[in-house]
Write a protein that binds this ligand. Sequence first.
Ligand SMILES: Cc1cc2nc3c(=O)[nH]c(=O)nc-3n(C[C@H](O)[C@H](O)[C@H](O)COP(=O)(O)OP(=O)(O)OC[C@H]3O[C@@H](n4cnc5c(N)ncnc54)[C@H](O)[C@@H]3O)c2cc1C
Length: 512
Amino acid sequence: MLKRAPRRGRDRRAEVLMPAPGRGRCAGEGPETAVVGGGIAGLAAAVALAERGVRVTLYEREPVLGGRLAGWPERLADGSTVTMSRGFHAFFRQYYNLRGLLRRADPSLSLLTGLPDYPLRHRAGLTDSFARVPRTPPWSALGFVALSPTFGWRDLARMDPRAALPLLDVRVPAVYERFDQVSAWDFLAGIRFPEAAHHLAFEVFSRSFFADPRELSAAELLVMFHIYFLGSSEGLLFDVPNEPYPAALWDPLESYLTRLGVRVEKGTPVDGVLPEEGEGLLLEAKGRSRRYDAVVLALDPGGLRRVVGSSPRLGDAAWRGNIASLRTAPPFVVSRLWLDRPVRADRAGFLGTSGYDGLDNVSVLDRWEGEAARWAARTGGSVVELHGYAVAETADRALVQKRLLARLHEVYPETGEAGIVDVRHEWRADCPLFPVGGFRARPTVRTPHPGVMVAGDVVRTELPVALMERAATTGFLAANALLERWGVRGHPLWTVPRRGRSGVLRALAALG
Ligand SMILES: Cc1cc2nc3c(=O)[nH]c(=O)nc-3n(C[C@H](O)[C@H](O)[C@H](O)COP(=O)(O)OP(=O)(O)OC[C@H]3O[C@@H](n4cnc5c(N)ncnc54)[C@H](O)[C@@H]3O)c2cc1C
């Protein structure tokens, strides 16, 4: 069990969670463990186990590591070889455990570079920015209201203060008990959150869950609000890798794993897991089965459903039923364009967009990614990426791609003149959906089988984490749970505080 460490001084910016005591390393050869899934969650679990002397085999279905941040080489029409990927990701500064994972291979995080702002533009013409907003609550919220053109003091006055009080002191996991049965949309309507500012809440928070706010649990929205506004001191500023994901992140981490003795089996989908009499497990992959002492399932929701579905003796009926009911968010597209001319010099590296017919954000890769910058410098062009989330299953995909391009021309008019040297469109649907009332059915790290753990961004935790940080945190938690079973000390974890940071706001929230 993780215990909260005694607080040092008065610094309440983050909490440290100390693992249960135990030996520093496994005795002898160490138990054999399979980690299934080579995304962030699986990589975190593999690192955390191997560092304590566990013998780990990491299975990844695809030929490359990184999961939803994987990258692979592509040859463009102009003959250049570039790295295509699953698309832009913001590495927020309160992603403590993800950063801890990346530090294993890059101790100073030299491969991350900060973007100066997180601008959000609404089609009606308003642009919000987070660069100048103070980071300490309550000033973060007040400063945002003061500086935002879409959210003013008058809007604040029109909100229903009583209904809005829960925003001031979000407590995890209690927030799920109170708000998981309400949709993000209904919650915002209930507090009379100003219409014009809806895009802030939806684009920054719920759209990053790839879901329609009418379908998303309000509890997830409140947790996001806590993580970025009132619960932490880092705000909404973030870093991005300054080279493509494989070069910056996964190749160095794979070398680190290999040095620890981890066997990395890429291009190897796992078909099923069969519990043996006693405590061992047989893992089926590529027509062969191999025995392990423990298994970590670090899969996307579809992958988890499939592996558990084809492992009929794993877990119990209730657990299996819950896994079968997990939902995947609607499809989304990442379009990357290599253009024959630059975008205007003052364009941001990343721009969140709202009201643009399904265009959710635009990034200009050559502003921050070395490989794209070198291509742009050599050709005089630019590399631009467009994301469109929560696309209807039945949508005409070619039409959606065309529409995103037309919206880019509207957002950055100079691109309307540009020729397209080459383009790639990545359509996927592998993100979890957090539907209203779905919290209880989500798997926890521990399962009914003491030797099987689950990790990933779909997993339910008692910590205020989301997305990549939830993947990393649950990967470490899965490893810690196994290490505790073997009497070995796990890894300390960090989290933004599990309740509101400001005493004044907590007192106000208590009035509700
Ligand atoms: C376009 C896009 C933008 C995003 N932007 C952000 C962002 O800005 N900030 C943020 O924090 N998060 C963002 N996310 C979310 C983030 O990518 C995920 O939260 C995170 O990558 C999840 O990691 P994971 O390890 O849980 O799952 P995954 O990365 O999905 O890893 C699961 C792995 O399991 C493998 N697998 C599946 N089935 C099998 C099998 N049978 N056998 C073996 N392997 C299997 C898969 O191939 C995959 O590699 C974004 C996601 C997308 C798609």
